[in-house]
Design a protein around this ligand. Structure first.
Ligand SMILES: Nc1ncnc2c1ncn2[C@@H]1O[C@H](COP(=O)(O)OP(=O)(O)OP(=O)(O)O)[C@@H](O)[C@H]1O
Length: 681
C-alpha cells in the first residue's frame, strides 16, 4: 500500500462515478462537479439504520448514517469536520448531510431551509479564482437537535471570520458577495428607484472586476426572497436589508459623488443626525462594518427562527474555508488566518486519529507497538506560540502606534530566520513564507497591521446605534472594540480552534472527518496526490496499516467464514450471551481456520509459514502464498503433486484483495485482522 495504489484506487472509483471512499472511519469525497442521482429517498432508506461500512460508501449518506447507530447513548456529542482545499466540495457535502438528516427525520420546512441556507450563501459566498461559489466565512452548525421522538428540532449556525475586505476590494477574476448582484438583477424597479440603485457597472465596489463576469440572473433573487419568506422575514425587514446593501454600494462611490452620496446616506440609513462626509473618514471601514453587522443580524435572525428547545443528542458540523495556497494570487492576512485554522484542524486530525487508534488497541487488548506519526506542532508554534509566534508578534505590534507592516516583518525575520519552517525572502521584499503541512505559502505583509487592527471609531458606531434601521442599530457588544481596544481577529481563530480541541478532550465528542478532494481534469493525478499527501490521508493509512486495519464484529466474521467451520460453532455462538465466552469461541474458530482441520489434507502438508491466506468457494480452493522465499520450491512441488483442477495456486504478490489475512487477534468485541505484506512476513 503506497501513494500510487491509493491514488489509483480513488481514480478508478472516481471514473466509475464512485466519489466516496472510506479509509477506516474517514470518508474521502472527490468533487464530481456534477450532481449524481445518488441522494434520493431510496438511498436514504438503504443507509438508514445501518452501521458504518455495512453499505458501500457510494453516498455521503453512509457517513451521516453512522451517526444514528449510537443514539441509544444520550448526551453524545458528534462532530462532522469537513476539510479540503477551496472548491473541493465541503459546503456541498455539508448541505447534503443536512438534507439527508432532514429527510430521514421528516423535518419541517424551516429546518430544511437552515440546512440548505440559500440566504447565508447569498450573503456569505462569492466567486473566487478557485471556486465560483466560495464560502467566505466559516460555518459551525450546532446542534441539529433531536427531541425524544428523534426529529430534528432546529440548528444554530455560528459564523466567524467573514472576509470583510471583499466588500471593498476584489482581486482579479473575483467578485463581491453574490447578494449585491442578485439584488441588482432582481429587485423590482420601484424599489430600485427608492434606494437610488442603478446597474452593477455604476458601483465602485462592484465594477473593479470585468463586467462580463457580472451575470447573475433574476432567478437567484426570487430564490432569495422565497427563502426569506419561509423564515418569516417581514416585508419591512426585507426592505431594510436591501436598504443597507444599497447604502454600502453608495458608500463605495463616495469619493466620486461626495455630496450626493452624503444625502443618500442620510435617507437610506435613517440616521437621526445629519452627518457630513468628513465625519466618515474611513469610508471603506464603514462599509465593511455595515456589511458585517448585517451578516450578524441575519445569522441571529435565522437562528431565532429555528432555535432548538430540547437538548438531547447533538451533532455539530464544521465547514471551514479551505487551505489557500497559490503562487498566482496575493496571500495576505486573511489567507494566514485561514491556513492557520486549517493547520490546527490538521493537528486536531492527527491527534485524534492517532489517539483513537491507540485507545482502540488497548480497549481490545490487542498487542501493538507505538507508531510514530508526523506532527505539525512546530508549524502551529511558528504561527501562534507565545510570545514570538507570527500572529503574537502581529498582535503585539498592533498595540504600538509607531509600528508598521515593515517593523512587523523585521520582527518576524529576527525571531524566526533559523526556523526551518520559516522562509525569509532572499531579496528584501515585503513578504515571508511558511512551510505549511499542505505546502509552502508566501504572505505579503502589506496591510497586515491594519487588517488585524480593523478598528471602527466609536463615534461611527454611535451613529449606527442611533439608526432606526435595526439591522444597523443592533451593534453587537464589542463590535468596534470597547474603549478603543483592538478587535483581534487572531483571538477569534484561537478561540475557535481551541474550542474544538477542548470539546474533544473534555466532552469526549466523536469527530468524523470528511476529507474533500478537488480533482483536476487535466492533471488529475498530480493535483490529487498533492492533496492526498497533505491532507494526512496517506499518513492515516500508514498508521492503520501498521496496526490492524480490518475490524470485524464477531457475527460478521462468522458469517463470512462459516464455510470453514462446523455449523455447530455458529449455533453455539448465538446461544451464548457473555462477550467473554463469545470471544473465546471466536478465538477457537480462528485457530480452526488456520489449522485447517476441515480442509483437504494437502493444505496441512504445506509449509505453514508460506500460506498467507485461503479462500474457499463451492468449487475452488484458492491458496494465497508468498513467493521468492527459499521454501517456495517445495511449496510448488507440493502443489504439483495435487492435480485437482479445482485447486488454484496464486502468487500473493500478484493479488491485491481484501480477504488476504495473515494475522488475527481477537479482542473483546472484534476480530482484528491485518494483511500480511511480503516484506513484513
Ligand atoms: N457532491 C457534489 N456533487 C456535485 N457537485 C459538487 C459536489 N460537491 C461540490 N460540487 C461542485 O463544486 C463546487 C464547489 O464546491 P463547494 O462550494 O462545496 O467547495 P468548498 O470546498 O466549500 O469551497 P470553499 O472553501 O471555497 O467554500 C460547487 O459549487 C458544486 O458545483
Amino acid at each position: 500500500m503506497h501513494e500510487g495504489a491509493v491514488l489509483l484506487n480513488i481514480k478508478t472509483r472516481f471514473q466509475r462515478e464512485l466519489i466516496y471512499t472510506y479509509i477506516g472511519s474517514i470518508l474521502v469525497s472527490v468533487n464530481p462537479y456534477r450532481m449524481y442521482n445518488i441522494y434520493g429517498t431510496d438511498m436514504v432508506l438503504l443507509y438508514k439504520g445501518h452501521a458504518l461500512g455495512e453499505n458501500p460508501p457510494n453516498k455521503l449518506n453512509a457517513l451521516t448514517n453512522s451517526l444514528f447507530i449510537i443514539p441509544k447513548v444520550l448526551f453524545c456529542f458528534f462532530y462532522l469536520l469537513f476539510s479540503g482545499e477551496s472548491g473541493s466540495g465541503k459546503t456541498e457535502a455539508t448541505k447534503l448531510v443536512l438534507r439527508y438528516l432532514a429527510a430521514i427525520q421528516h423535518t419541517s420546512n424551516i429546518a430544511q431551509q437552515v440546512c440548505t441556507s440559500p440566504l447565508m450563501e447569498s450573503f456569505g459566498n462569492a466567486k473566487t479564482v478557485r471556486n465560483d461559489n466560495s464560502s467566505r466565512f466559516g460555518k459551525y452548525i450546532e446542534p441539529i437537535n433531536y427531541n425524544f421522538s428523534g426529529v430534528i428540532s432546529g440548528a444554530i449556525t455560528s459564523q466567524y471570520l467573514l472576509e470583510k475586505s471583499r466588500i471593498v476590494f476584489q482581486a482579479k477574476d473575483e467578485r463581491n458577495y453574490h447578494i449585491f448582484y442578485e439584488m441588482l438583477a432582481g429587485l423590482p424597479s420601484q424599489q430600485k428607484r427608492a434606494f437610488y440603485l442603478q446597474d452593477a457597472e455604476t458601483y465602485y465596489y462592484l465594477n473593479q472586476v470585468q463586467l462580463h463576469q457580472i451575470c447573475t440572473l433574476g432567478q437567484d433573487y426570487r430564490r432569495l426572497v422565497a427563502a426569506m419568506e419561509i423564515l418569516h422575514f417581514a416585508a419591512e425587514d426585507q426592505a431594510s436589508i436591501f436598504r443597507v446593501l444599497a447604502s454600502i454600494l453608495h458608500l463605495g462611490n463616495i469619493f466620486f459623488q461626495r455630496h450626493e452620496v452624503c444625502i443618500w446616506f442620510v435617507i437610506l440609513f435613517d440616521v437621526v443626525s445629519l452627518i457630513s462626509a468628513q465625519e466618515i473618514r474611513v469610508v471603506d471601514a464603514v462599509a465593511k462594518i455595515l456589511y458585517s453587522l448585517l451578516f450578524h443580524w441575519l445569522t441571529e435572525k435565522i437562528n431565532s427562527q429555528v432555535y432548538p428547545h430540547q437538548h438531547t443528542l447533538s451533532i455539530s458540523i464544521l465547514d471551514i474555508y479551505g487551505f489557500e495556497v497559490s503562487d498566482l494570487t496575493f496571500n495576505s492576512f486573511e489567507q494566514l488566518c485561514i491556513n492557520y485554522a486549517n493547520e490546527y484542524l490538521q493537528f486536531f486530525f492527527n491527534r485524534i486519529i492517532f489517539r483513537e487508534e491507540q485507545e482502540e488497541y488497548s480497549r481490545e487488548q490487542v498487542l501493538w507497538q507505538d507508531i510514530p506519526f508526523s506532527d505539525n506542532q512546530p508549524c502551529i508554534d511558528l504561527v501562534a506560540a507565545k510570545p514570538h509566534g507570527i500572529l503574537r508578534i502581529l498582535d503585539d505590534q498592533s498595540c504600538f502606534p509607531q509600528a508598521t507592516d515593515h517593523t512587523f516583518l523585521q520582527k518576524c525575520h529576527y525571531h524566526h530566520v533559523h526556523n526551518p519552517l520559516y522562509i525569509k525572502p532572499k531579496m528584501p521584499t515585503p513578504e515571508f513564507g511558511i512551510k505549511h503541512y499542505a505546502g509552502r505559502v508566501t504572505y505579503q505583509v502589506h496591510k497586515f497591521l491594519d487588517k488585524n487592527y480593523d478598528q471602527v471609531r466609536q463615534d461611527v458606531l454611535d451613529l449606527f446605534i442611533q439608526s432606526k434601521n435595526k439591522q444597523v442599530s443592533a451593534v453587537p457588544p464589542g463590535a468596534g472594540g470597547e474603549d478603543g481596544e483592538v478587535t483581534k481577529h487572531f483571538m477569534v481563530i484561537l478561540w475557535y480552534v481551541s474550542y474544538l480541541f477542548l470539546s474533544f478532550l473534555l466532552f469526549r465528542c466523536n469527530p468524523f472527518f470528511v476529507r474533500c478532494i478537488k480533482p483536476n481534469n487535466l492533471k488529475v493525478d498530480e493535483l490529487v496526490s498533492h492533496q492526498l499527501r497533505h491532507s494526512g490521508i496517506l499518513e492515516t493509512i500508514r498508521i492503520r496499516r501498521e496496526g490492524y486495519p480490518i475490524r470485524m464484529q464477531f457475527d460478521v466474521f462468522l458469517f463470512r467464514y462459516y464455510s470453514y467451520i462446523n455449523v455447530l460453532f455458529i449455533s453455539l455462538f448465538f446461544s451464548i450471551t457473555t462477550q467473554e465466552e463469545r470471544r473465546c469461541l471466536v478465538k477457537c474458530i480462528c485457530h480452526i481456520i488456520f489449522s485447517k482441520q476441515s480442509f483437504p489434507t494437502l493444505v496441512l502438508s504445506l509449509p505453514r509459514a508460506l500460506i498467507v491466506g485461503i479462500s474457499y468457494s463451492t468449487k475452488t480452493l484458492i491458496i494465497y502464498c508468498l513467493s521468492g522465499s527459499g521454501d517456495a520450491g517445495s511449496l510448488l512441488s507440493a502443489f504439483k503433486l495435487h492435480k485437482s483442477k479445482h485447486l488454484k495456486f496464486r502468487n500473493y504478490t500478484q493479488i491485491f484483495e481484501s480477504h488476504i489475512f495473515l494475522f488475527f487477534q481477537v479482542g473483546p468485541s472484534y476480530v482484528q485482522c491485518t494483511h500480511g505484506p511480503v516484506g513484513r512476513t
